[in-house]
Design a protein around this ligand. Sequence first.
Ligand code: 5GP
Length: 190
Amino acid sequence: MNQGKLIVLSAPSGSGKTTLVKHLLHKEELNLGFSISAASREPRGAEVHGKDYYFLSLREFKDKIKADEFLEWEEVYRDNFYGTLKSEVHRLWDSGKHVIFDIDVVGGLDIKRIYPDRTLAIFIKPPSIEELKIRLKKRKTESEDKINMRVAKASTEMATAPQFDAIVTNDDLEKAQEEVYQLVKKFLLG
Ligand code: 5GP
């Protein structure tokens, strides 16, 4: 039987979870492989198909839902579907790796529900909603409208934090990196 485990990092958009995921991926001893999600949105900036996401059309995404190809999926924003393909998790497990997810809170909690004992679900908390807004503006990747939509969603997402196995506040990046590393190391290596 496959012994692969699952590490979920979930947070409101702009909380810095992607940076933390990259930090963990650099730690070879953790033997982590990144779960590339499928998404129905357009690529942003330098994003690459098959590396950051599997970019699908809305139609393709819905066909895969019908074919039961997703472990979890969600319409994170209107007409923007995101999901984890079952084949992706098996691809990583088959290569002998543990899987790390950079997904939203609902998807993260779904994974935890599906694999309760094999999953460590960590909630990354931004210092405040105000700070989140500043970070999203600095990123300059979304329009004002989209930023407001993401900030509004963040308040609801913050309320799910107690359902996670651990909460890490990202107000000091180095400290958050170390905290997350220690949690994951303990879970995977004992
Ligand atoms: P972004 O458009 O900024 O890349 O992602 C938007 C949101 O969708 C983020 O909160 C991100 O974590 C989430 N997301 C990315 N992949 C998945 C996935 O496979 N499943 C779910 N449920 N959410 C995801």
